[in-house]
Design a protein around this ligand. Structure first.
Ligand SMILES: NC(=O)c1ccc[n+]([C@@H]2O[C@H](COP(=O)([O-])OP(=O)(O)OC[C@H]3O[C@@H](n4cnc5c(N)ncnc54)[C@H](OP(=O)(O)O)[C@@H]3O)[C@@H](O)[C@H]2O)c1
Length: 308
């Protein structure tokens, strides 16, 4: 496939103290491997379309791809479509949650995690995964108490199979991961109407931990999927999203631009892993971040979103 370079140069940021520069917009490769998200259009693309999206993302200059053993076809599709461009991107994956299509299951034992890392290397067709993150599920504290998941990751790191250690965590678990002082990167859930981990994000960034944001668009609630998503949201989020839609006269492009700019204004964030099946959506997100936003509109949106 021919590489077509984009006209927009994506902003880059430090990934904590790792010495890596990553694009502020990263690519979340969940949707290209597994059915996911709100609304009717939640089926994963076919292999050709997924390969086109992955190559287009790299052509746009985005240099971070986040996947997981649990994202069904995602790792294998990345391996097939872009392993020949491995130098173009920082590769993050996860372990502990395993693929068993159409479901997943958890096994955080030493053997299962060690085997999973080897299988990820194989599927991704690479000799090194830049970042391996614990993909926490139920009983996350037990995983940390037992310590064998981390041990398996550290052993893989000594063998040169992974470079940096991370944890995909939340709230109190995230604080515990930070206190352990072994993780180079934390992956957290954060967006305009979900700021529970804001203090953790700042505290971790101050200590040199790289911050990756998952669900930065709330799984698509700031897009044309807003109306389909509304009934599934909590009453307080529903109310605020309705007010934001009213403020923007139901112009979801404006809403998306507001949500993206909110993330951009947080300098503790290293990269936002936006998930998408469609290259044109990623291109649009890059474009919206470069388009001037009406200051009054943004201030009014923040007033709605940040109200108690
Ligand atoms: N436990 C974990 O570690 C965990 C959990 C969840 C997610 N993640 C990671 O975080 C990434 C992002 O999470 P997420 O995908 O759930 O949420 P997200 O990035 O907040 O939202 C993704 C949704 O937004 C839509 N979207 C993006 N740009 C758009 C645009 N310009 N116009 C219209 N729709 C647009 C996508 O639809 P289209 O596909 O139609 O573009 C997709 O449905 C995942 O891919 C994964 O890498 C990690």
């Amino acid at each position: 496939m021919e590489n077509k370079k984009s006209e927009i140069t994506p902003e880059t940021r430090n990934l904590g103290k790792t010495g890596e520069l990553v694009t502020f917009l990263g690519f979340g490769a969940l949707e290209i491997g597994r059915d996911w998200g709100y609304g009717a259009d939640r089926r994963r693309p076919d292999e050709t379309a997924a390969a086109e999206t992955l190559n287009a993302v790299l052509d746009m200059g985005i240099n971070l791809i986040d996947t997981a053993a649990a994202y069904h076809l995602s790792e294998a599709r990345i391996g097939k479509a872009v392993s020949h461009r491995r130098k173009d991107f920082f590769l993050a994956s996860k372990c502990g949650e395993h693929n068993r299509e159409p479901h997943t299951y958890y096994d955080f034992s030493y053997q299962a995690v060690k085997k999973s890392i080897d299988e990820s290397l194989d599927k991704l067709k690479t000799t090194t995964i830049d970042l391996m993150q614990i993909h926490f599920g139920p009983d996350p504290h037990k995983v940390l108490d037992r310590g064998d998941t981390l041990q398996a990751m550290q052993d893989a790191q000594k063998e040169g199979k992974i470079r940096f250690l991370g944890a995909s965590a939340w709230s109190e678990l995230g604080w515990r991961c930070l206190e352990m002082d072994v993780f180079d990167v934390l992956q957290l859930d954060y967006h305009l109407l979900h700021r529970d981990d804001e203090k953790l994000i700042h505290a971790a960034a101050q200590r040199g931990v790289g911050i990756l944001i998952r669900t930065g668009l709330g799984r698509g609630i700031y897009t044309q999927k807003a109306l389909e998503a509304l009934p599934q949201l909590s009453p307080s989020v529903q109310k605020k999203l309705e007010s934001l839609l009213k403020l923007t006269n139901n112009d979801t492009k404006q809403l998306l631009q507001i949500a993206l700019n909110f993330l951009k204004s947080n300098h503790s964030i290293s990269s936002v892993l936006l998930g998408s099946r469609k290259a044109e959506h990623i291109q649009e997100n890059l474009h919206l971040l470069q388009t001037p936003l009406d200051h009054n509109l943004f201030a009014n949106a923040l007033e709605i979103a940040l109200a108690p």
